[in-house]
Ligand binder design. Structure first.
Ligand code: ME8
Length: 654
């Protein structure tokens, strides 16, 4: 069994290149880092979360040239797209670093000078194979059919004088470090990959670019004719953002640093970065957590291939929590995953709408019906009947969840939570509260069953909070927690029966409405033009927008103005009113509307409304309804759509 440490936690994402706008791949890594951060916050340890943008080098220089702008202006524009995206995906980063900031440049110069002074950097002529996409020289053996394995392009042969870092001198030390620290690179297939790469001799690393070829970079502190190689500059962001070497954040958090990256940048993080730190006298990070690629079709989703999914439009369409949940649940951390909208819809419908959403609505609705709108008290004797308790299942779920989340196996952590949700759904069927409610003598049993379910849902709300923070809060509010108590801790989760009998419960609308499978056919992915940022459209909509329709689709709906001339209650129907309107047809029209909780018949008399006039008539509580009155709902209730001046009945609304 893994022990769950209580150390502080520092998590970083890669700093993303600003040569194109963010896509789903960047969103995944950043959400995964956010989940790790929120999980540690749940544990109650001090946490710090860094992300940012990587702004120097050939790639950015080239992208800016294509746009006829300066690299700085270009970097400002794209960096802002990343920075503005994160709050919309509920990312809780503490800092956002840009490599063009003075605080970063100072640290890069300082570390370079330190390594230079220690005699670990030398000057030499070099001829090698250079991939502009990767911004690095390749060794022949690393190429696949003579092409860069990532960019599928032939590298350029370049000969020039440059500065080199004596990376080869650290090869044996690095192998020993990896062997002695099993968690240094994980999951283990990536650790093995690095160890196998290190079986061949490591070459020294070219860390400069002559200004005759590239000026967009940080000038070397010991030779002003050169700029720093972009990776030597970028990797240092992880310490520069903390205020290396004297900053408080550096002292508090650096000893607990963990990085998340995808496998494309494994070598730079597992080989360049540790050897650089060793040479500069910086202590090493604790763990490098490596995930696979989101693929689209058969190839990696990437800006250079142009097959990317836009994180914002997907979030708008499905809601931020469902989107986060899908990404974290569907990708086995470490392996590749295939993206499709059908997969999102399937996940939402089966796990969120069916398993979690239905359970939550049913349990709350039953509790409201059987009790006085509050959490019931359990009965000790009933509770001792072991078969009635969910405590053991909850304990097992929490244990499995902790073990998995601790090692970044987030998919497994969520699977443990959903196993518990499945158990609760079975428990509802086994205990059949609706039968218990029929017999007054069984009331203690009914109360105990419902208490267990409500308490189980409190545990679920806590466990999902790192992945679906908004849903967690919504659930807790319905379970009677007030706004100041919505940040649940692990200690709260580990004490079964913390939910207080008597807490007020409140009615739930569906947590996750089922999604029509057809809507998944409307793609939220796109073919971007490289380096063409699009504006991000912020939205705070509670229910995601429905898929786009054409004007032709819309014009099939016949909306008309009408005036209410009569309204009356329908016996035994507690929500419905029978409404008679004048729609200018020469005869009266009768409709049935589910609005009696919000309007009395008198309120409606004389009201001008909008009718969906060509809706197929339907029978409701024995009354035929010829159309529907348009109304909107929000947290405060329902309101019919009306006009601000007297209008001719029967006019078309477009
Ligand atoms: O490499 N699937 O920046 P970058 C999963 N600036 N994750 C993906 C992905 C995909 N299809 N595509 C991108 C750089 N990512 C450097 C990093 S760090 C000191 C410097 C994510 O903009 C994943 O995290 O190319 C990957 O490692 C990163 O974006 C690469 O981002």
């Amino acid at each position: 069994m893994t022990t769950i440490p209580n150390d502080p936690f520092y998590i970083t994402t890669p700093i993303y290149y600003v040569n194109a706008k963010p896509h789903l791949g960047h969103a995944y890594t950043t959400i995964a880092a956010d989940v790790a951060r929120r999980f540690h916050r749940l544990k109650g340890v001090p946490t710090y979360f860094l992300t940012g943008t990587d702004e120097h080098g050939d790639k950015i220089d080239e992208a800016a040239k294509k746009e006829n702008t300066s690299p700085q202006e270009y970097a400002d524009k794209i960096s802002a797209l990343f920075k503005d995206l994160w709050p919309q995906l509920n990312i809780s980063n503490d800092d956002f670093i840009r490599t063009t900031e003075p605080r970063h440049k100072t640290v890069v110069s300082r570390v370079l000078q330190e390594i230079y002074d220690r005699g670990e950097i030398y000057y030499s002529e070099y001829e090698g194979l250079y991939c502009v996409g990767c911004e690095r020289f390749y060794q022949e053996r690393e190429l696949v059919d003579g092409l860069c394995p990532d960019h599928k392009k032939e590298p350029k042969r370049i000969r020039e004088s440059n500065y080199f870092f004596k990376m080869s001198a650290y090869q044996n030390w690095l192998i020993d470090h990896i062997n002695q620290n099993p968690n240094f690179i994980r999951p283990k297939q990536y650790r093995n990959e690095v160890l196998s790469f290190l079986k061949e001799p490591l070459e020294d690393l070219c860390i400069s670019r002559p200004k005759t070829r590239l000026t967009w970079g940080i000038t070397l502190p010991f030779d002003e004719n050169y700029v720093t190689y972009v990776w030597f500059d970028a990797l240092l962001n992880y310490v520069s953002a903390l205020g290396y070497p004297d900053g408080d954040a550096y002292k508090t958090f650096w000893p607990y640093a963990q990085h998340i990256i995808a496998k494309d940048i494994l070598k730079t993080h597992a080989i360049y970065w540790p050897t650089m730190m060793k040479a500069a006298g910086i202590p090493l990070f604790k763990s490098l957590n490596v995930h696979g690629f989101w693929n689209m079709g058969d190839s990696k989703m990437s800006k250079s291939l142009g097959n990317v999914a836009n994180p914002l439009s997907l979030k708008e369409k499905y809601g931020v929590d469902a989107y986060r949940f899908f990404l974290i649940r569907d990708m086995v951390f470490g392996l590749d995953s295939n993206f499709s909208e059908e997969a999102i819809v399937q996940r939402i419908n089966s796990d969120l709408a069916n398993d979690l959403g239905n359970l939550f609505s049913r349990v709350i609705a039953m509790s409201l019906k059987y009790f006085d709108g509050t959490v019931p008290a359990w009965d000790d004797d009933e509770d001792k009947a072991h078969s009635l308790s969910l405590a053991v299942d909850a304990e097992e779920a929490i244990r499995d969840y902790l073990e998995s989340m601790e090692v970044f196996a987030f998919h497994k952590g969520l699977a443990a939570v959903f196993k518990f949700i499945g158990r609760m759904n079975k428990y509802v069927d086994e205990t059949a509260p609706w039968d218990l409610a029929k017999d007054k003598k069984l009331e203690p049993r009914l109360k105990t069953v419902m208490y267990n379910l409500l308490e189980g849902l409190r545990i679920v709300a806590g466990l999902i909070s790192p992945v679906m923070p908004d849903t967690s809060k919504t659930m807790l509010k319905h379970l009677g927690f007030d706004d100041s108590a919505l940040e649940i801790t692990l200690a709260d989760l580990q004490s079964w029966k913390s939910l207080k009998p008597g807490s007020p419960l409140s009615k739930v609308k569906a947590l996750f409405p089922r999604i029509d499978v057809k809507s998944a056919k409307e793609p939220a992915s796109e073919t971007p033009s490289a380096a063409a940022p699009v504006e991000s459209v912020p939205s705070a909509l509670k229910t995601p927008l429905k898929p786009e329709i054409t004007f032709e689709d819309f014009s099939k709906i016949d909306l008309r103005t009408a005036k209410v001339i009569k309204a009356e209650a329908i016996p035994k129907a507690d929500k419905l009113l029978k409404v008679t309107v004048d729609m200018g047809e020469g005869v009266e029209r009768t409709l049935v509307a589910g609005i009696s909780k919000f309007y009395t018949p008198e309120d409606l008399l004389g009201k001008q409304v909008i009718i969906v006039a060509n809706l197929k008539p339907a029978k409701l509580m024995g009354q035929l309804s010829h159309g529907m009155i348009l109304a909107a709902t929000d947290d405060d209730g329902l309101c019919t759509a009306t006009f601000d001046r007297d209008f001719t009945p029967g006019s078309q609304v477009k």
